[in-house]
Design a protein around this ligand. Sequence first.
Ligand code: UDP
Ligand code: MN
Length: 455
Amino acid sequence: MQDNIRWNPNFDEKAYIGATALKQGEDAYIRNAFNQAECDKLPTDRGVPDTRDYSCRSLEYKHKLPTTSVIITFHNEARSALLRTIRSVLNRSPSELLKEIILVDDFSDNANDGRLLKILPKVKTLRNNKREGLIRSRVRGADLAKGDVLTFLDSHCEVNERWLEPLLSRVAQNETIVVSPIIDVIHMDTFNYIGSSADLKGGFGWNLNFKWDSMTSEEQSQRAAHPTRPIKTPMIAGGLFSISKNWFIKSGKYDMGMDVWGGENLEISLRIWMCGGSLEIVPCSRVGHVFRKRHPYTFPGGGGFVFAKNTRRAAEAWMDGYAKFYYKREPGARGVPYGDISDRLKLREKLKCRSFKWYMRNVYPELNVPEGVNDKFGELRQGGKCLDSIGGKPGDRVSTFPCHGGGGNQAWDMTKDKIRNNFIQRCLTISSSGEIVADPCEDDNEKQIWQLKES
Ligand code: UDP
Ligand code: MN
């Protein structure tokens, strides 16, 4: 493939990647939680299938577009994955729009992971002298950025054909719109590049975890009629998006009290919507990302604890009284200290942001507030044992386990007539053989109807 921006021929890619190759007999998943053998083997400038809707190909961007700084933070990323991310950006971004690529090494074990990349075109490298987590690392990168727009990427992505122009063009129309590409899947085992559905939006349930929601059928037909149009989304996945640098600063960057990973996407999503901006998915921009099942890195402070702390900070700052539904769903979070959020509250006042109720009504009407009979959350307890959804594959029997008090598989809520586990998004169902299983919730499935008797 032709490099769009001239590659540095003095960069010894083989040596760079080879230095951290898998050792004989080493488990290929151990370091990165994805298949490093496959990742190392593939060319760093491989082509990927053009997964855009056909009508995206004829779009032209006539007006002068703003420039962007691409900001990539990483902690112990596989060198081949990081390099492929950078190279795809260099190959598939117009040189005049790409101001720079800022790499923020979040205190990886090996300082050469980032340092050796300094000689690549447009690349600038920074290194934290202690682990800051992705939130403060991104802000550090953003503070240095010279582009008009900031574009954040994870360190294991591959951008697709003309990924950048539609994002920048949308921000140029209105700087308060924060835009995400459609996030395609780079398979964690095979590294195949797989197109994702364009009929999804970002959302969350009361555990405040990000999830993909299907569009309503009305939205889907709108989309089919206008496949290149941006789609409003209540939440962004958080790793891949563009935002005007001005608006990033004015709207409050990120919550600097959040550590390691998580919660920041909820915070920025609520804040942008409530404080006068909006979030959109731009379907003509496609970027692949390696989704994985666990975090390969350490969580100083403990995984569940850090996530609960960050999420509490977001909930306490932006969700008004509705945070209680989160605590009902995740009782374990209630005891986690979340520190001082007074600067977020001041920001909220300064920007005259709207209420969470406004957000629910106008941005995310699909988020149902549990009320009345619906307001039944928590464990289903028998002595010291709790009903547990266990694995959560459709058809799996549910069973009882010692209560762990941490929500998740043991947290149930009673909607009008269903008993639902939001963690695995399944409902208690009577199977044909009369067992109780957890199956996908369906609107008119009689086998999922339960009644609550006060006695
Ligand atoms: N990251 C970081 N510091 C951390 C944790 C993560 O710089 O303490 C980086 C990580 O290398 C990746 C990005 O932040 O580039 C997002 O993390 P990850 O991919 O693990 O999150 P996921 O995509 O699974 O939500
Ligand atoms: Mn990621």
